[in-house]
Design a protein around this ligand. Sequence first.
Ligand SMILES: [Zn+2]
Length: 536
Amino acid sequence: MLCLNIFRQCKKISPYLSSLQLQLINHVARKSSTYKRSQLSVPHTDHLLSVKKDLFEQRTELSDSEWQELRNNLISKYKHISYSNVDAIILGLCGGTDQLSLAKSYVHYLRECGLEPNLASFGRLLRIYNSTYHKRGGNDTSLTPEEKQDILDIYAKLRERYEILDASTCENLIYGLVCTKEWQTGVDLLNMSKLTSTPSIGAYTELTVKAFAKGELNIGWNLLEETVAQGKEPKCEAYSAYLQYVAQEPLTLQCNLEKLFAFWEKYELIITANVAKCITEILNNNLHNAELSQIDAQGKCNQCKVHMRTVTITDAEYAKLSNSFLNKVLIRNDVFQKSTPEEVEHFKRFVTKTAPYDCVIDGLNVAYSMGTKKPAKFLASLLANVVKHFKNQGKHVLVLGRKHMNNWPKDSMFYIRKNASLFLTSNLSQDDPFLLYATLKSGQSTDFFSRDMMRSHAFLLGNELRNIFRHWQQVHQYSLITQTDNGRIIVKEPTRYLLCTHKVQDTWHVPYKQSYSPNPAELFEVPESWLCIKFK
Ligand SMILES: [Zn+2]
């Protein structure tokens, strides 16, 4: 009768829930709604909340009759809970409270009744095994032999039942298998999941951590490379697992660390403070020298006084970048797709006639950089002030804009036309392809003015040219910081030295940030914190 009592009590709960309660409800709903995600949030989630609080947070197992009562109650109380999803929902509640024992008790009950858990239920159970495994230290003895066998049995059963597993089942199995000696099967499942979707950063991290912890460095490195190739940022846990493993062997420590640093340099990855701390401890324990440091505006390290390497692009690299961009990316990938061929031809003739420029300005991007809701008078005068900034330095400027800017106040537009080349595209055209075309066509000394990170364009260039593009962008991109009340504009100048991990003379400098973010920083910001590392 326990559950019935709970449901009776639930009726007394006020409909006015606190924000904490709402958060809990959302949490429960998120954790438990495999099939009916949206419908679970309202109504009746107060019942689920009570079930969670009064049962799942208090008990470690329930009797078969209690499980049966709960199961029947959920199905009869909730329109959207049915025989097909009730088990996953109950196991989701066990997962939400980290209750492996309850989950096992429920699966035991199901098996006693001759009920076979479905894919979603197994998925929930595997995730609970995984979080328990990590909570108990994430090593070979974290789960009992029976628990590990249960995971392997689930895997065997599903493989027997389905020839190809869907991506989410693959991921759930990866989370389960990394807790067992059969973790390498997870790598096969990762490949299988690619048939239907892109594996999550979580799945990559679980496998990478396991590979490094087991000393399978090649597998670990392949997974790291693959993570980056998928456009994802590897998580701290993956680096920490590698560091812990290589720290065991002082003789190869330097070589293994430099391999990691070179990886960060190649992909311009910025690590977190946690990983930086881990490296510092390992290095100092091995009598190498690792200090926290900052780099000043001129690029000099506060600790060792060495200057960071200046970003350089050779003429050959520039020629390669420029040719590749102008001849392949812009044409083959149809990036001018929102413009008519006539407009593109017209623009090319215009550039041939008026180039080279010292700076190419993305007019709308600049005008909107202090807010898109400003009146046209403000937008136009801001753009005119940016033109003035370059004009005062004797620079030849191209302003790219849209036809609708012809309606902007005459005085500002007159100033822009008089002091810059101005090309207006149709209102639907994209600005970046025009901007990059004009800038790259102008030559290596030409800069551009925009806040856009041009990520998709960089991506289309492929691995080899992407870094050259990013370096070119770093030293040639200007953007607006603000405009003062008297109309003076403050410009963000490019940083001329490398902002990623690199080695100068015999010293490595490794920038780091406070916490992990799945996407890299928006602009080329100078990292506040660096490690200054010298091997003895
Ligand atoms: Zn230094």
